[in-house]
Design a protein around this ligand. Structure first.
Ligand code: AR6
Length: 231
């Protein structure tokens, strides 16, 4: 709709070069702003203490690998603050690699309020979860479970009781979830990243060989999960 388009255009999208296109690429008649869109947080880089330089390399590498396989679908890395270190690292590295800025960009905002507060429509959001797939614990996990309401825990339980690191699980949201009705989010994809925080379970004790391998797997599982919804 017009109001949606205006909202999204005026929003605080970070990539300067990312003006919302009116049309998708030649031969495709759907508008990109209504294209299937996955918003995802930087997995493991806050509570799980994963190194930001290494994580940003992996995000850009994985985005580059997947972005053109996803048709008109978009990938959006989200963080809460304009000063987000991970967003600036990823922006710089994505620009170096000439990644299509219409299909991948960064966005500052609360991942649970991207449409209502940012005017950005994302039908799928990713969650950096814990191995028990439980609400709470702080960070983006607490925010998403709280915004989605208790139905997310039930819908998640119906799919799995736990998650191993490097894996992702796609959970369809019931239409009565406030995240669905208010924000247009139809699916949450829970992702468990590698943990470098000694205060959290399964700490990798600074083993970045393992850690990077698991983080790569985590993004592959996430983007494969998104691809399975888009298809
Ligand atoms: N909207 C957008 N981005 C957010 C939001 C939000 N509402 N909240 C946090 N971020 P983290 P992890 C960003 O710590 O490191 C939980 O307790 C944040 O700035 O949520 O994978 C779970 O239960 C950062 O860039 O996830 C796990 O136990 C990114 O999201 C553990 O934390 C990820 O930060 C997972 O730790």
């Amino acid at each position: 709709t017009q109001s949606h388009a205006t909202k999204e255009k005026d929003s605080n999208q970070v990539l300067e070069s990312c003006e919302e296109p009116k049309m998708a690429s030649v031969g495709c008649s759907i508008s990109l702003e209504n294209a299937p869109t996955l918003a995802f947080p930087s997995i493991s880089t806050a509570d799980f203490h994963f190194n930001l330089e290494k994580a940003s390399d992996i995000i850009v590498e994985k985005v580059e690998e997947y972005v053109n396989k996803l048709g008109s679908a978009r990938l959006v890395l989200v963080d809460l603050s304009q000063n987000s270190k991970i967003l600036s690292l990823v922006r710089a590295k994505a620009a170096e690699k000439n990644i299509n800025s219409k299909k991948f960009f960064t966005f500052v905002g609360n991942i649970t309020k991207l449409y209502s507060e940012g005017g950005l429509h994302c039908n799928v959001i990713a969650n950096a979860t814990n191995w028990r797939l439980k609400p709470g614990g702080g960070g983006v996990n607490a925010a998403i479970f709280s915004a989605a309401g208790p139905t997310l825990e039930t819908a998640t339980k119906a799919k799995a009781e736990s998650l191993s690191s490097g894996k992702a699980i796609v959970v369809p949201l019931p239409s009565f979830s406030p995240l669905f009705s208010g924000e247009g989010v139809t699916h949450v994809i829970h992702v468990l990243g590698p943990n470098m925080n000694p205060q959290r379970p399964n700490c990798l004790d600074n083993d970045y060989v393992k850690g990077c391998k698991i983080l790569r797997e985590a993004y592959s599982s996430l983007f494969d999960g998104f691809a399975s919804i888009v298809r």
